[in-house]
Write a protein that binds this ligand. Structure first.
Ligand SMILES: [Mg+2]
Ligand SMILES: [Zn+2]
Length: 188
């Protein structure tokens, strides 16, 4: 069991298709293999924590109630597959509000550490965007980039040449989990 390992996970473009400001549970479409992959992490004893920027709330595209409904559905689907999330933390703010929780800022991680008593000492951050990988660097987590979404990975690779550190680039969330579980074993 790897009870000291925390896996921080982005939502849109990582676990589910990103339609741009997902606003209702009906629009939640998980990528293939995600349910099983979350279950595998839980079975291995990892903490799994969702950290997501939801500026659609600040923009008025969805309410906190809508977001809660989406997350209720997500947790239900995961639970049916034998998995679960230890916590869900979101930033509702606009990019120009100057909050301390919009990724790549570290506020969501601090909230998770305080609320769940998880540790970042041996942690991973899985996401599809540069901001996720910058967050990984900011908290000393191992960054794992997934390339399932339509985000331009060329730009991210250019950032890597400029010093952004990404430990692994994988295709899907399933692949990311596979890689993480091997990496955990290697580091024991
Ligand atoms: Mg994303
Ligand atoms: Zn925020």
């Amino acid at each position: 069991m790897h009870s000291d390992v925390t896996v921080f996970v982005d939502r849109d473009g990582t676990l589910n298709e990103d339609p741009g400001y997902l606003s209702s549970p009906d629009g939640l479409v998980l990528y293939p293999g995600v349910v099983e992959a979350v279950a595998r992490l839980k079975q291995a004893g990892c903490s799994v924590v969702l950290v997501t920027n939801q500026s659609g709330i600040g923009r008025g595209y969805l309410t906190r109630t809508n977001l809660q409904a989406i997350h209720d559905k997500l947790e239900n689907v995961l639970m049916k597959g034998g998995g679960s999330l230890d916590g869900i933390f979101f930033c509702p703010h606009l990019p120009d509000e100057g909050c301390d929780c919009r990724k790549p800022k570290t506020g969501l991680i601090h909230q998770a550490v305080e609320t769940l008593k998880v540790s970042t000492a041996h942690s991973y951050m899985v996401g599809d965007k540069q901001s996720d990988m910058e967050l990984a660097n900011n908290i000393g987590a191992i960054g794992v980039l997934v390339t399932t979404s339509s985000v331009s990975h060329e730009a991210i690779k250019a950032e890597m040449r400029g010093g952004l550190h990404i430990e692994s680039i994988t295709l899907t969330f399933s692949d990311a989990v596979e890689w993480i579980l091997q990496d955990v074993v290697k580091k024991q």
